[in-house]
Design a binder for this molecule. Structure first.
Ligand code: ATP
Ligand code: MG
Length: 555
């Protein structure tokens, strides 16, 4: 089974071994977001990895809000996170948990440690504590409270809980090793006083556990077997193991670290995204230029395309950045065969066919997807006045311009050959309309006599056209010039959003509802905007253009 091994990632190999050696019966994984922002594409990787492993091993997947820090957490984020995870298809079934539901057990665990002489109350200031912990090159030194008698620490910890201390006046420190080469092990703070209202427990608590203490306990209480996190926690693993061992959990979970997913030309990292939202630079957490899951959904990405992307990225131990173009490749591949290919004019100009009967409308049968016949055909209205793209006409064309110019003949896609006879300009020299004649014998866009035309252009029937707003996006930061300016602010791309207000669409597109997706001939894949689109005022987002330089080697 050589091939099978080659395709297994390092986490699967660890789990295989744990099962083989009898350390683990039912695999249990979790996704533990802090509800302090919306999830982004990096989180999608973590969700799909944890959920995927549980599924692969017939195990259990837990969804757990890591809500131990009351300052930044909001109900809005809890709701958005649930919605995003459901949309991605990760099903936690009945396993929805909140770390704050374990505050009693965490408190008891802290008391256990004090009783064992493994934790003590310190009244040093935050600054004082930092000083005792030393640096990477200097060892730590003892906290003057380190040898505080157990009974005294127990009493003081109870007093902390009972609100007898101000914020910052006392903390509980684990008693581990001030001389450890790993700073995380130099008596870390595990509980602090914070008189704050918590979104779940209200005012019940005025002491809160620190992440490094709370997280292993949450995992152990839930019977998580493999606690998968990102590389920055590698140095915290000895502390994780210390907590589950000293508190006395019987089947301690195993922490495994993998590399975070980074993407070029976009902003990942809640801190930056939050700033863009708060500064009003983007239209909320779901602005389609962001790579939050909500934004990708609104832009028109499918859960399948994100799964495919995460699969292609793989799981690794080394940090690296993935090209945004790879995500675009995945959505294009997903939509290529499933979307109808429609005609939409983003920057319209009138085309008048002078020899076409006035008042007549005919219906032309047009295939919905040339590569997927099962999507059938539709009837598209055609008459004397049409819209075409402004860029498809030139008064004085350069060489190799095969579209419309005076005297030239082109094919109107799926319709007729037309020859340009005339055009009109306004006082400022802007072209206002183009005139042409058509060849009735070329119906369907077929040459009547072997005559060749080099250009084919798309069009929309003027009388039945639906007016719409179309939004075109580019990456929000320009990686080539550096993601950050010298002052640390983001180097934003001024063209990240271009709004085409006067687009003209074929009638069927006017009936679209989010998240309906279409291919617009030549212009890319588009999705009805879930926030701003209405029947009276349809709004479409460009998900991705049609072409890219990015290629995946097909095996
Ligand atoms: P950010 O750094 O974007 O603020 P975070 O790590 O603070 O994210 P959490 O809510 O604490 O966000 O993360 C929940 C889980 O998602 C953690 O297990 C974390 O390791 C994982 N995660 C966060 N960012 C990424 C990423 N870029 N790639 C893969 N996993 C990630
Ligand atoms: Mg975090």
């Amino acid at each position: 089974m050589e091939n099978e091994n080659v395709s297994r990632n390092f986490i699967e190999m660890i789990i295989d071994k744990d099962i083989e050696e009898g350390h683990c019966k039912t695999v249990c994984t979790r996704f533990p977001p802090e509800p302090n922002g919306y999830l982004h594409i990096g989180h999608a990787k973590s969700i799909l990895l944890n959920y995927g492993l549980a599924k692969e091993y017939n195990g259990v997947f837990h969804m757990r809000f890591d809500d131990t820090n009351p300052t930044k957490e909001k109900e809005e984020f809890v709701d958005s996170i649930k919605e995003d995870i459901k949309w991605l298809g990760a099903d936690w079934k009945e396993h929805l948990y909140y770390a704050s539901d374990y505050f009693d057990q965490m408190y008891e665990a802290a008391v256990t440690l004090i009783k064992k002489g493994k934790a003590y109350v310190s009244t040093l200031s935050a600054e004082g504590i930092r000083e005792t912990r030393g640096t990477l090159t200097e060892p730590g030194r003892e906290d003057p409270d380190r040898e505080r008698p157990i009974e005294e620490s127990l009493q003081m910890f109870a007093d902390m809980k009972d609100g007898k201390y101000e914020d910052g006046a006392a903390v509980l420190r684990a008693k581990i090793d001030m001389w450890s080469p790993n700073i995380n092990m130099r008596d870390p703070v595990i509980y602090r006083v914070a008189h704050m209202t918590h979104h779940n427990t209200g005012d019940k608590w005025c002491i809160y556990p620190m992440y490094d203490f709370a997280h292993p306990i949450e995992d152990a209480i839930e019977g998580i077997t493999h606690s998968i996190c990102t590389l920055e926690f590698e140095d915290h693993r000895p502390l994780y193991d210390w907590v589950v061992r000293e508190v006395g959990f019987e089947n301690p979970p195993k922490q495994i670290e993998f590399a975070k997913l980074y993407l070029t030309n976009v902003i990942t990292g809640k801190r930056y995204i939050k700033k863009l939202v708060e500064d009003g630079i983007v239209d909320g957490w779901d602005d389609p230029r962001l790579v939050t899951i909500a934004a990708l959904r609104r832009r028109g990405y499918t859960p399948e395309s994100i799964k495919k992307f995460v699969e292609l990225c793989g799981v690794s131990k080394a940090n690296s950045s993935v090209d945004y173009a790879m995500l675009e490749y995945c959505i294009r591949e997903d939509l290529k065969l499933s979307c109808k290919r429609m005609m939409a004019i983003l920057d319209p100009i009138k085309l008048i066919i002078d020899n076409y009967e006035e008042g007549k409308t005919e219906y032309l049968e047009v295939p919905n997807n040339l590569e997927n016949e099962s999507l059938g055909t539709r009837q598209v209205p055609f008459s004397r006045e049409l819209y075409i793209e402004r860029e498809d006409f030139m008064e004085e064309p350069p060489k190799k311009y095969f579209r419309l110019f005076p005297g030239n003949e082109v094919r109107l896609m799926n319709a007729y050959f037309v020859r340009c006879t005339d055009f009109k300009k306004d006082a400022d020299g802007n072209i206002t309309e183009i005139h042409c004649t058509y060849d009735p014998a070329s119906k369907g866009g077929n040459s009547p006599d072997g005559r060749k035309v080099k250009g084919t252009i798309h069009w929309v029937n003027a009388a039945t056209a639906v007016d719409a707003e179309v939004r075109l996006y580019e990456n929000i930061v320009d990686e080539e010039k550096g993601k950050l300016n010298e002052d640390g602010s983001l180097n934003l791309n001024p063209n990240s959003l271009v709004i085409m207000k006067g687009a003209k669409l074929e009638p069927e597109l006017g009936k679209g509802k989010a998240p309906d997706r279409f291919q617009f001939v030549r212009n890319g894949f588009f999705c009805v905007d879930s926030k701003d689109s209405t029947t009276e005022h349809p709004v479409f987002n460009r998900i991705v253009s049609l072409k890219s330089s990015f290629k995946i080697e097909k095996k």
